[in-house]
Write a protein that binds this ligand. Structure first.
Ligand code: IPE
Ligand code: IPE
Ligand code: MG
Length: 242
């Protein structure tokens, strides 16, 4: 264990999980758990700003979540749209830059939601206190496959030499090439799996799996994960900590 604490993570990525269990445990419909996750998210945004975290990525809808019951998917789509409308000015006032990462062009995403996403991104584009990335209709395998496809298209068009396709070239074709790799990936609810989230970017991330269900998560739970992270030694394949 290092004697001194490492700096606060620059990028924290969170798999918000446990909304359904939070609700069913109370005899409520699963969708009530999603609604209860909203204040948790905003408390964590405040906590991230207070801690000096620069990037916060939250996994809110995966490419596999379309397989949920139709009414839950419909609720989540409407909920995301409504949340942007109700909260974008507040996020803007906090100095938060909002970016959506994922397949927003999917025809299953409504034009209205696409419009709200674009408006929120434009409204907050110049903010730098915190960059909040919503991983929405996001799947890491789809992202990597899309990057590979774009590289193949460029090679076929003679724009790049296939010999130039290396780690840096692939990383440059991911959805957000400017996003630093997450230093810390947190998954709430006690599940210990990655569920198609940031597979490429989390190659050397630290992981935390707090048992707290997402609606019960807050800035203090975030701070506890960060404190634990700061005591860890990261090696990146070497023999001494960074
Ligand atoms: C996470 O909570 C939110 C989304 C996936 C949208 P879940 O809905 O997965 O909650 P559990 O895992 O069923 O408890
Ligand atoms: C991952 O959670 C996706 C999001 C949190 C948006 P899931 O609840 O969908 O993952 P699995 O199915 O339990 O692995
Ligand atoms: Mg889940």
């Amino acid at each position: 264990m290092p004697e001194s604490l490492r700096p606060v993570p620059r990028h924290v990525a969170i798999i918000l999980d446990g909304n359904g269990r939070w609700a069913t445990g109370r005899g409520l419909p699963r969708t009530a758990g999603h609604a209860a996750g909203e204040p948790a998210l905003f408390d964590v945004v405040h906590g991230a700003i207070a801690l000096g975290i620069e990037w916060l990525t939250v996994y809110v809808f995966s490419t596999e979540n379309w397989s949920r019951p139709e009414e839950e998917v419909a609720f989540l789509m409407h909920f995301n749209e409504d949340l942007l409308l109700r909260r974008r000015d507040e996020l803007n006032d906090l100095g938060v830059r909002v970016i959506f990462m994922g397949d927003r062009a999917d025809p299953r995403v409504s034009d209205r939601l696409r419009g709200h996403i674009a408006d929120t991104e434009a409204l907050t584009a110049r903010n730098r206190t915190l960059t909040l990335v919503f991983a929405f209709n996001y799947g890491s395998r789809l992202e990597i496959a899309a990057a590979a496809r774009r590289l193949a298209e460029k090679a076929a068009a003679g724009e790049i030499d296939p010999a130039q396709v290396d780690v840096a070239a692939l990383a440059a074709h991911l959805y957000l090439p400017e996003m630093p790799d997450p230093d810390l990936v947190i998954r709430s609810s006690g599940e210990q799996r990655i569920s198609n989230f940031l597979l490429w970017q989390s190659a050397y991330s630290e992981f935390a799996f707090p048992a707290t269900l997402w609606p019960d998560f807050d800035r203090h739970a975030l701070a506890a994960c960060v404190e634990d992270y700061r005591r860890r030694e990261r090696r990146f394949g070497g023999v001494t900590g960074d």
